[in-house]
Write a protein that binds this ligand. Structure first.
Ligand code: SF4
Length: 467
């Protein structure tokens, strides 16, 4: 709109640019299908290069914009061009399937993935802004994908297989980036950096070469268990951040159900090691609203935090300060929990009250995600093509930059659902049948739906176990 282009892909004509989108949005593209000409699914490096070469070649030959979009959909396996697919719906209003309108266009679009991280070299001279930036550091992607396979996690499920950048490459690329930027910090990024198999060796090499230049190393988060050996090495750097633990659920039973393989023992040991190494703040992430969750599981969120806080007593006799960040479970496409219903907003308000009442008696500080935004996320991430009309209506109602609390107005969205006749409950709060196509079934990932369904059944088995 700001560029003066027609919003809808169907209204764009010769001379208008081809609008492309990628990353997580492309894994569940239907809600934005009305607005986007081409989605690139999966790792962008290879298909984006192919697309650029295709556009350049066809433009030289005088091809039309429509012909370029068609050729991209026909020849680049990870390209999804929505105009060649037509959604069908059941009589009860639920999604039925997606039919292919053009011969030769694939019924399933395969998410692209690099075979090796060497196909994605780090940028040797990253741009350095003239004004102060939020993150003034060299960012190194050391691994793509995550080996942990937590059942709720979309990033873990879609970004497979796991690929590692070699220690030599990381050190070489960090050297070049530090020299060209002057930054004094290296951040080692990935979905789960402490699962990088040679993390110890990598940190030793980086400390040995860049430590004398007062360059510190930061990790976005650490997983208790493997983190224990690297904590003291990280504290030798200039910057000492807080320890983050993704517990996700208060009870071992729920953690087993969602396949979050972390025990309370691991967490206590991790917190103790952090305090011993001089770390001061500990943040624990939880998710509430999981299938099979009981009021006792919610209590356990608080009591686990208390036990983590008490773990500091063995070190210096004081209780540790724990910040617990609680988000609300949203069933994510392409995960084993994609079929689960999401709880309704009232349930989350009740959980928040329950935890705040408990926190009043202790030193644990709770922070909560905005409940309405999570419900909205539940609608948008499992939505089909009809939800695009509600997105447009919300935007026309004034919705902008909704990730910022100060800009988020849920009323823009509730009005939009009413205006467009969209029932948010059928997307967010319904259990989806496992034997029917889903609005994102045509985007295929490394693991197929049979695998996901088996995992979903295994989760139910854990939840049905007798205490
Ligand atoms: S939640 Fe974290 S550890 Fe689990 S699969 Fe996702 S990225 Fe990996």
């Amino acid at each position: 709109d700001l560029a003066g282009l027609p919003l809808h892909a169907a209204e764009r004509v010769q001379g208008d640019p081809i609008i492309i989108a990628g990353d997580a949005l492309a894994d569940t593209p239907e809600v934005m299908a009305d607005f986007i000409d081409i989605f690139i699914t999966g790792d962008g490096e290879a298909p984006l290069t192919q697309l650029v070469e295709l556009v350049r070649r066809m433009k030289k030959q005088g091809a039309t914009r429509d012909a370029i979009i068609e050729q991209a959909a026909l020849t680049i396996p990870s390209v999804y061009a929505p105009k060649f697919y037509q959604p069908q719906y059941n009589a009860d209003g639920t999604f039925a399937n997606l039919s292919v309108l053009k011969e030769g266009v694939p019924a399933s679009v395969h998410r692209s993935h690099l075979t090796s991280m060497s196909e994605s070299p780090a940028i040797p001279s990253p741009l350095v802004p003239l004004s102060e930036g939020v993150h003034e550091r060299v960012v190194m992607e050391i691994m793509r994908g995550c080996p942990n396979a937590c059942r709720f996690c979309q990033a873990g499920a879609t970004r497979l297989p796991v690929r590692f950048r070699s220690v030599d490459d990381i050190v070489d690329q960090a050297r070049a980036a530090l020299a060209s930027t002057g930054y004094k910090e290296i951040s080692l990024l990935s979905l789960s950096t402490s699962d990088y198999p040679r993390l110890d060796e990598l940190i030793d090499r980086l400390n040995a070469e860049f430590g004398p230049q007062h360059v510190s190393i930061s990790l976005p988060s650490l997983r208790v268990g493997s983190q224990l050996t690297v904590l003291p090495k990280l504290t030798s750097g200039v910057r000492k951040g807080g320890l983050t633990i993704a517990a996700e659920a208060g009870s071992d039973r729920l953690r087993r159900a969602i396949r979050k393989n972390i025990t309370e023992e691991d967490m206590i040991a991790g917190v103790r090691a952090a305090y011993e190494a001089g770390w001061r703040s500990v943040k624990v992430y939880f998710m509430a609203g999981l299938p099979g969750e009981t009021p006792e599981d919610i209590d356990e969120i608080y009591y686990l935090c208390r036990r983590l806080s008490d773990a500091r007593r063995d070190i210096d006799g004081q209780r540790g300060a724990i910040t617990a960040s609680v988000s609300w479970f949203v069933p994510k496409p392409h995960t084993p929990m994609q079929w689960s219903p999401m709880r309704e907003a009232d349930y989350f308000f009740g959980v928040r009250r329950q935890l705040m009442d408990l926190a009043g008696r202790g030193t644990v500080t709770f922070k909560f995600h905005r409940i309405e935004r999570s419900v909205l996320e539940g609608v948008l991430c499992r939505g089909d093509r009809r939800v695009g009309a509600a997105i447009e209506a919300a935007w026309r109602n004034g919705a902008r930059m909704d990730s910022w609390d100060e800009h988020f107005r849920y009323a823009n969205w509730t009005a939009a659902f009413t205006q467009t006749g969209i029932d948010p409950a059928i997307y967010a709060h319904r259990e989806f049948p496992t034997n029917q196509p889903l609005p994102w079934s045509h985007i295929t990932c490394f693991r197929d739906e049979t695998f996901l369904e088996k995992q979903y059944a295994e989760m139910q088995e854990v939840l049905n176990e007798k205490e």
